[in-house]
Design a protein around this ligand. Sequence first.
Ligand code: PMP
Length: 376
Amino acid sequence: MGDRAVFTFSPGPAIMPNSVLEQLAESIIDYNGTGISIAEVSHRSREYTGSDSTRGIFPHTRTAFKELLNVPDNYEIIFIGGGASSEFGNIVRNLVPKGGLAQYINTGNWSQQAYSTAKVFEDGGLVQRIESIGGIEEIDDLKTLRQIPPGEINPDAAFVHITPNETIGGIQYQTFPNTGKVPLVADMSSEIFTREFGINDFGAVYACAQKNFGLPNLSVVIIRKDLLGDVLPGTIPVEDYKTLAEKDSAINTPPVVEIYTAGLIAGYIKEQGGVEEMARQADERSGLVYRAIDKSNGFYISPVQPGVRSKLNIPFLLKDKSLEDTFKQEAKNEGLLELGGHRSVGGLRASMYVGMQIKGAEMLAHFMQYFAVKHG
Ligand code: PMP
């Protein structure tokens, strides 16, 4: 695979590193000289589970995640079929006791989705309350994050949930809220591996794969062991984190190709220099695009306050809204795809995760400058 001529700025499924695509393509035909495709590898085979003499796909991926994210032994790493949306429910099933309470800091679309999914359990009479705490406000028409005062955290809550990077709104916590003794649970779908963080600050972290570690319909859950145990009535084994952890995430047939691909991406991240380097790349990429916005004399507008702008998802507007379709078409002609904003908010958006080369961000920034001169 030569240099890329086409870059997709889709929020997920997102662009993947070339080297990963090459390895995946090879393994689809013949996995590691076995004569069978990775799509044909059994989750009960030695190729997958490993043995004394072979490093299996599953332990390989799990160990790579553990190393990259510095996960200590008192946390479990679970891989689970389904998107982050499934974890919106599983987090409640596994962490909120019957009649208990959970608090959600609302910072935009995805934290709201997590909150409204959790509400289902309240309506079913299983939990006492699912509470939303507003974490977002507007200053000068620009969105920013509100510091949650300690008094708003209920000490009886099973957890406080945050979405540290809002994929649609393009707003990102630079430092996480302090919830004292109440475990913090984070949906890191759009930022895992792109920022350094201490897992010890969290009771649990979860993320879907299709943005920063591969293919859709796989999620990772990293959870403190002492939080595992009782589940809400009606929870079935494939939703039960403790059972999943005990069975190496293979109660039923796990998504082998997706878990294999996650391991390839983890290898790519390691080769690049780890999460620290990924964070540096996210800084560089987003810096290029934000500069193109800020130096455009108002041709492009960012709806987010500078201190809380996302390094992964950059929503922006054109002062002359009627040029939006032309922008997308001309960008596409240059090989820059999927720059439309989310269907719920419109406008434009560039999403750049682990797999986006700096070159892609440079091409987008140049195109934005050129387009502003041409149409400004
Ligand atoms: N959380 C966040 C922050 C997301 O960006 C998304 C998807 N864009 C989801 C959850 C939902 O993920 P999935 O489609 O895998 O359920």
